[in-house]
Design a binder for this molecule. Structure first.
Ligand SMILES: C[S@@+](CC[C@H](N)C(=O)[O-])C[C@H]1O[C@@H](n2cnc3c(N)ncnc32)[C@H](O)[C@@H]1O
Length: 449
């Protein structure tokens, strides 16, 4: 069937219409097709109101189509849009956010163009699944929507040192007595290779179903890198990669970093934005929204990096984090940096936010939640705090919200609630993940009255 592609869908696929008679059209999502292209397709899945298709051949090619740089593109599930040139990737991400704002918030608010600072070799952390029998280990990436491992020699989104660890690890474990993990039968020993690289320090974690001694593996890595550390996670949980017993084994325990004047040390469990260059822009922008006399609640504060950076600029910061070990790291971070104006609460935001707003009367609330966004309870607490203020004719309380999101769908859902009391003043997509459909968005909202 020949189709003309009309636009891009939210996953970077082409969208076309198939006439169905009676002036009815069926929407067809065509994998890796670009706007204005004329393509011959095979229908791969047919539903009542839409269908999906793959391209058989391209009869008329878009000027924005480029040859993907990576030989695994289309096989490995890591990248989605390597076939688009940079201008089209940027347009796609900017429009994704613009359309979502328009559709969900019925608002023509001026969305800034996406900020993009790098194209490849940007990821400071990778998680590679390991599979295969003893002596025949495969380390790579999962195929899209599957647990089948595609063997890869390198990932061009990852920093060079990470790819070097990938190669060395393959060679090493192929000469070992350990098997990889069969993700379907749930059997085997070595499950994942986790590598983080920053400031010439490398941290490697092997996730395995039993404890193994990695001394010789560490010695091999040490011959190749000047600062390297090795740990193991013993995990029989197939749902969460990094859950399980984290056991430090050899070399450096964490990566030492200084950013925005804050010194910190992170191991392979701690959260760090994966793209250092774009993170710099994102955090600079966030800092621009807080003033020296602000009191800030940083909900979802993780290991406290953003809280500490903000505390260097403003009067007081209270971080709230549900994870005990992340919250303890945040406390240590504040202590090591002699930041006396920051406190951390180890609890669920939904449980402690109301009291914290009453107690600290913050002028700014930072929300940097996981992909699932904020709960309805949290959004209600924020809106109610504004209504309480109006009743008591106090002009104190939250004046500004700063929302950092890595999931556009949950961001829009949450903004729908928050815009009952706040106006969006700034909304900017950041390309934290070039070559993929994912996007990071920063929103600053101002209390309406
Ligand atoms: C995107 S990370 C935030 C990172 C942090 N802003 C930083 O700079 O390191 C989201 C954090 O929210 C935490 N979290 C998830 N649900 C939570 C909840 N209900 N209450 C408090 N923290 C939560 C997670 O443990 C995670 O550390």
């Amino acid at each position: 069937m020949e189709l003309k592609i009309l636009r891009l869908g939210i996953n970077g696929e082409g969208v076309a219409k198939i006439p169905e008679g009676n002036n009815q059209d069926k929407i067809c999502f065509v994998e890796k097709a670009l706007p204005d292209e004329v393509v011959n397709v095979n229908i791969t899945n047919e539903k009542k109101s839409f269908c999906t298709a793959s391209v058989v051949d391209i009869k008329s090619k878009s000027a924005n189509r480029i040859a993907p740089k990576c030989p695994y593109f289309g096989k490995c599930g890591g990248c989605d849009i390597q076939h688009m040139d940079k201008p089209l990737q940027e347009e796609f991400k900017t429009n994704l956010v613009k359309d979502a704002v328009c559709r969900t918030l019925k608002n023509n608010f001026q969305v800034q163009d996406v900020v993009r600072v790098n194209d490849f070799y940007y990821r400071n952390k990778m998680v590679f699944p390991i599979t295969g029998d003893i002596g025949n280990i495969t380390i790579g990436m999962f195929r899209a929507n599957s647990h089948q491992v595609v063997d890869i020699d390198k990932c061009i989104l990852a920093k060079d040192e990470i790819n070097k660890v990938l190669q060395l690890t393959k060679d090493y474990f192929n000469c070992s007595k350990y098997s990889g993990y069969d993700f379907l039968k749930k059997k085997g020993i070595l499950k994942y290779l986790v590598v983080r690289s920053k400031s010439e320090q490398i941290l490697v974690t092997i996730v395995a179903t039993k404890k193994i001694d990695l001394k010789q593996y560490y010695e091999m890595l040490e011959r190749n890198f000047s600062k390297v550390g090795v740990s193991i996670i013993v995990s029989n949980n197939d749902n969460e990669i990094l859950s399980g017993n984290y056991i430090y084994q050899y070399g450096i325990k964490g990566i030492d970093i200084v950013e925005f004047g804050v010194k910190y040390c992170v191991d392979n469990r701690g959260f760090l934005q994966v793209n250092d260059d774009i993170k710099q822009y994102l955090y600079e922008k966030i800092l621009g929204f807080v003033d020296s006399d602000d009191c800030v609640i940083d909900a979802y504060s993780g290991a406290g990096l953003l809280s500490s950076i903000v505390a260097k600029k403003c009067k007081k910061v209270i971080g709230i984090e549900i994870n005990k070990s992340a919250s303890q790291s945040a406390k240590n971070l504040a202590r090591d940096n002699v930041l006396n104006n920051v406190d951390f609460i180890n609890d669920d935001v939904e449980i402690v936010l109301e009291d914290s707003i009453r107690k600290y009367a913050p002028s700014v609330l930072i929300l940097d939640p996981p992909r699932s966004g904020c709960s309805m309870g949290v959004l209600k607490i924020i809106n109610n705090s504004i209504m309480q203020n109006q009743k008591t004719t106090q002009n104190k309380g939250i004046n500004k919200l700063i929302y950092v999101s890595c999931n556009l769908a949950t961001l829009m859902r949450d903004l729908k609630e928050l815009t009952l009391s706040f106006d969006i003043k700034y909304l900017q997509p950041f390309d934290m993940f070039p070559q993929t459909k994912h996007i990071e968005t920063l929103v600053c909202l101002q209390r309406r009255v």
